[in-house]
Design a protein around this ligand. Structure first.
Ligand SMILES: NCc1[nH]cc(CCC(=O)O)c1CC(=O)O
Length: 318
């Protein structure tokens, strides 16, 4: 019987395409399809987030800048899957769409790159220029080193590495997951330890979004889901959900599974890093909804600890 092609919508950045090709191979295997390009064609699309290179994404209006166009293709039936870095996916999805699978997580840690390798924050010279477009990384770096000069640095991995080499910045952060997926030599450099810098919620996780009720896509997603990665992502995204889906607040979270328990640590910070609110929690491993509940619980505790100061940051008035 002929297999009706099921297109995969993706951004066209080198990292997004690498992730889409990985998903394509996994889906083809799960579906028993030898011709993966015919069965799961890749539909490359540019998103608003890709077109904005000169200002912080925050200033561009926040939510869903890397996901919206792909979701429109899903809802229109032009694509059956949309593949995303879960770090870029807002906690609330448009009606009618669902994240049906999380693939096996890559290393969630950040790498602090300097001209001749990688470093720890404590190693940077006094007043070093740190380039980043991430409000989380900015806040965490300033929390550890308030002498650093943080400047906006956007663009794909090559653009950022180029600006490091040319001396425009002394240091920048990259997710190790991206470096590894791109097969970059920098992936071998020592990352920051989780204890030194808590990653973004769901960093290193790739998710597959589909139309709710698309049974054929649902069945394939159920077959390819990596359960432990999905549980960790659900817990970490639960923190975001309880605190702020709007991307205005520096938030970090990391969950691990071990011995039948899920352990979660999370923090929210002021943008200047001078205030940090942390909490942690653990629970027996249950379903995805239990993991999300643990995350929301930890997020709520952080919200309470942060009081009026954190409320102002979340509201965008602080
Ligand atoms: N915000 C961009 C983005 N979204 C996901 C990744 C890396 C891959 C991942 O975290 O899964 C990156 C680049 C980076 O932060 O260095």
């Amino acid at each position: 019987m002929p297999f009706t092609p099921m297109p995969i919508a993706t951004r066209t950045s080198p990292l997004a395409l690498a992730q889409a090709h990985n998903l394509q191979a996994i889906l083809a295997h799960a579906a028993g399809q030898e011709d993966k390009d015919a069965a799961f064609p890749i539909l490359g699309m540019s998103t608003t987030g890709d077109r904005i290179t000169d200002r912080a994404l925050l200033a561009a209006g926040g939510k869903g800048l890397f996901t919206k166009e792909l979701e429109t293709a899903l809802l229109a039936g032009e694509a059956r899957f949309a593949v995303h870095s879960m770090k870029d996916v807002p906690t609330r999805l448009p009606d009618g769409l669902t994240i049906a699978a999380i693939l096996e997580r890559e290393d969630p840690r950040d790498v602090l790159l300097v001209a001749d390798g990688s470093a720890r924050l404590a190693d940077l010279p006094q007043g070093a220029v740190l380039g980043t477009a991430s409000i989380r990384r900015q806040a965490q770096a300033l929390a550890a080193r308030n002498d650093l000069q943080v400047v906006l640095l956007r663009g794909n991995v090559d653009t950022r590495l180029g600006k490091l080499r040319s001396g425009e910045v002394d240091a920048t952060f990259l997710a190790r997951a991206g470096l590894r997926r791109l097969g970059r030599a920098e992936a071998a450099l020592a990352p920051l330890e989780i204890d030194d810098m808590l990653p973004a919620p769901a960093q290193g996780c790739v998710g597959v979004e589909i139309r709710a009720g698309d049974e054929e896509a649902e069945a394939l997603c159920a077959a390819i889901q990596h359960p432990d990665s999905a549980l960790a992502a659900a817990a970490e995204r639960g923190v975001l959900e309880a605190l702020d889906g709007s991307c205005r607040t520096p938030i970090a979270a990391h969950a691990t599974l071990d011995n039948g328990r899920i352990r979660l640590r999370a923090e929210a910070l002021s943008t200047d890093g001078q205030q940090v609110w942390r909490d942690a929690g653990e629970a027996p491993v249950g379903g995805l909804e239990d993991a999300a509940e643990l995350g929301r619980h930890v997020g709520e505790a952080i919200r309470k600890a942060g009081g009026a100061a954190l409320a102002e940051i979340i509201a965008g008035t602080g």
